[in-house]
Design a protein around this ligand. Structure first.
Ligand code: TYM
Length: 328
């Protein structure tokens, strides 16, 4: 069985982009692979988080994993901070990483641009992510397009470690969806849909009420013209909406396009809103059930046990390879 690891930061409420780009694939992979899905709380604190908000968001992300269809009996669902090996191997990976490599990371450039006080954690975020993946010797890492560069660095670091200290880590492959790997903002088809955007109209939160979802989609920016055609170059906004539609119904973009042949944006957007609501509503129902039942704490406890067992074995091997004196 192939091993899979991925995670989502608990730095805010998840968006439809997180769902389509990542979570949907977590669910799809859980039966055929040996899966580990974490809530990346250590990554969340690379930008300041209010402690009460961090606690709430972390539990919310874990509950959303289960609500989206992850089965805790199949996949280990855990908090990154419940497995100390992440921070430990993260440091070891940091020492292997070159400053130039980190300076080239586009996510770092985006997040630090124009700020005068940039936390060092934001800079050394990629080697921690590499540690997350390498600890489980993951073969596959389901992520959206924006994590591709971090995955490439992870592969380089795994190779560098193996070359210097002997074969220790599996070199992982990204698993990126063909459609929906980069869901764009509803207000600007050239920008990524992001939970950290200051404009709530630009993203759909997985916990937005149906009427809010309908409103956001009806107000979504559309390209000039009126034909519902997939053409990323010339019609980025309509193409984005077509991707969302296709991903929510399981159709291909071509099928959706054919279905709306000769119909205008209005009819398409109206149906799209219903398609999104139908995707998100059952997830929300399940989410509220899980939050009230309190079961998430048990899920996280047993997930952490499984994750710790796997991670500790790899960490020991890596420490031994690097030359740390065994504790005896
Ligand atoms: P994060 O928390 O920003 O996003 C979580 C996942 O959602 C995907 N995603 C999107 N996909 C499509 N369209 C979008 N608009 C969109 N926005 C986000 C992301 O690509 C990601 O897959 N560094 C990671 C978290 C992480 C991680 C890991 C991932 C930490 N350790 C180890 C994989 C393996 C991050 O910030 O994702």
């Amino acid at each position: 069985k192939k091993r899979v690891l991925s995670g989502i930061q608990s730095s805010g409420m998840l968006t439809l982009g997180n769902y389509i780009g990542a979570m949907k694939n977590f669910v799809a992979l859980q039966h055929e692979c040996d899966c580990y899905f974490m809530v990346a709380d250590l990554h969340a604190i690379t930008v300041h988080q209010d402690p009460a908000a961090l606690r709430e968001q972390s539990e919310a992300v874990a509950a959303l994993y289960v609500a989206a269809g992850l089965d805790p009996k199949q996949a280990a669902i855990f908090m990154q901070s419940h497995v100390p090996a992440h921070a430990e191997l993260g440091w070891m990976m940091t020492t292997l990483t070159y400053m130039g490599e980190l300076e080239r990371m586009t996510q770092f450039k985006d997040k630090s641009e124009g700020k005068d006080a940039v936390g060092a954690g934001l800079f050394v975020y990629p080697p921690l992510m590499a540690a997350d993946i390498l600890l489980y010797n993951a073969h596959l890492v389901p992520v959206g397009d924006d994590q591709k560069q971090h995955l490439e660095l992870t592969r380089d670091l795994a190779g560098r470690f193996n070359q210097r200290y002997g074969e220790t880590f599996v070199v992982p492959e990204p698993f990126i969806p063909k459609v929906g790997a980069r869901i764009m903002s509803l207000e600007d088809g050239t920008k990524k849909m992001s939970k950290s955007s200051p404009s709530a109209g630009s993203y759909i939160s997985l916990l937005d009420a149906p009427e809010i979802i309908r409103k956001k989609i009806s107000r979504a920016k559309t390209d000039l013209g009126r034909e519902v055609i997939y053409d990323v170059q010339n019609k980025p906004e309509i193409s984005n909406l077509l991707s969302i539609y296709a991903q929510c119904t399981g159709q291909t973009v071509e099928q959706v396009q054919a279905q709306y042949d000769g119909q205008g944006y209005g009819a398409f957007k109206k149906d799209l809103a219903e398609v999104v609501v139908q995707t998100i509503e059952p997830l929300q129902r399940k989410y509220h059930e899980i939050r009230t039942s309190g079961e998430i704490r048990d899920i996280l406890r047993s997930g952490a046990e499984r994750a710790n067992a796997a991670a500790e074995a790899t960490l020991s091997a890596a420490k031994e390879a690097m030359g740390f004196l065994p504790r005896g």
